[in-house]
Design a protein around this ligand. Structure first.
Ligand code: SF4
Length: 67
């Protein structure tokens, strides 16, 4: 699974952080969320899906091996 935040879409709401704090981190200076290093491999797929569902900008991209 590959997960990342599209910086062109992210608006810094931090809803992803609230939803999945172990999977996402917030870059204060850039006002952007990012996937924590290694979290795409070790994090919960369900947590990523829920965070993506809650992102109002559709900025969280999830690519699975089946795609
Ligand atoms: S909820 Fe979406 S737009 Fe808001 S910080 Fe997270 S990824 Fe960015």
């Amino acid at each position: 699974m590959k997960v990342y935040v599209d910086p062109a879409r992210c608006r810094g709401h931090a809803r992803c952080i609230s939803s999945a704090p172990a999977e996402f981190d917030f870059l204060d200076l850039e006002d952007l969320a990012v996937v924590r290093p290694g979290a795409a491999q070790s994090g919960s797929p369900a947590a990523f899906r829920e965070a993506a569902r809650q992102c109002p900008e559709h900025a969280i991209v999830i690519e699975t091996d089946e795609e």
